[in-house]
Design a protein around this ligand. Structure first.
Ligand code: IPE
Ligand code: IPE
Ligand code: MG
Length: 233
């Protein structure tokens, strides 16, 4: 087994992109790409546990994805429904705590109790916190948080933990309204492969790239091990 010598990011977030292109390249309907993408979700969650990642946030459906043709939106929501129905027992068994972030009021009525029971049944899971972003817009999440939260700590509490590593597949290099606040100091890794081809190997590759980055958070690289004592007066 390969061991890692680099630090493991606590929170990894992934923009799972390229399902449509994966299918088109094989002369298949876009839906087949999304279906294949679900297998990649399972592989990635399992690999995340093995690698010691604590929180994995996956962008499954953005608030802007409602703009897509009705048939594709319906297919994506059916896949989510199917995932919740079939994977919950597996998640429970593997110690995965599942949460869904994003708006719920526009989702089909039958999905909401499914999401609630998935969250309830997997709540004790402590090996991985798997967060699925569904009807998610980071701008909306920030606006909502700002209605109640006043300090950075309260924002963080309302929105969730800072992202350490942000991965996007399929070669695109943009955030598409995903975790804008939480990615303030995230390291970003863009991979050329499509989401259905993603798996443990690609995750390891992204972690290796992350391990080569120097995270400074506005300070200086800790080469000498000296503590930085300067503070603005
Ligand atoms: C990502 O794949 C999945 C969702 C956005 C739901 P896409 O459907 O965006 O695939 P491309 O970008 O068209 O290839
Ligand atoms: C972002 O991908 C949304 C998800 C991965 C769920 P898109 O494919 O929708 O983003 P754009 O339109 O290329 O920016
Ligand atoms: Mg896309």
């Amino acid at each position: 087994m390969m061991t890692s010598t680099f630090s493991i990011p606590a929170h990894v977030a992934i923009i799972m992109d390229g399902n449509g292109r994966w299918a088109s390249a094989r002369s298949l309907p876009r839906f087949e790409g999304h279906r294949e993408g679900v297998h990649a979700v399972r592989r990635t969650a399992e690999a995340a546990i093995r690698l010691g990642i604590q929180t994995l946030t996956l962008y499954a459906f953005s608030s802007d994805n409602w703009k897509r043709p009705k048939t594709e939106v319906r297919a994506l929501l059916l896949l989510l429904r199917h995932y919740l129905l079939t994977e919950i027992e597996e998640c429970r068994r593997k110690g995965i705590r599942l949460s869904v972030i994003g708006r719920r009021d526009r989702l089909p009525g039958d999905l909401i109790p499914l999401i609630e029971s998935a969250e309830g049944e997997t709540a004790p899971g402590s090996r991985l916190h798997l967060r699925l972003a569904v009807d998610y817009s980071s701008r909306d999440a920030i606006l909502n948080a700002s209605r109640n939260a006043r300090t950075r700590e309260e924002f963080t509490h309302a929105l969730g933990p800072d992202v350490d590593l942000l991965i996007r597949t399929a070669g695109e290099q943009r955030l598409s309204d995903f975790l804008l606040w939480e990615c303030a100091y995230a390291e970003m890794v863009f991979l050329p492969l499509s989401w259905p081809d993603f798996g443990e190997q690609s995750l390891r590759e992204a972690l290796a790239a992350y391990g080569r980055r120097v995270r400074k958070f506005g300070g200086l690289a800790a080469v000498t091990g000296e503590a930085l004592e300067y503070a603005p007066s």
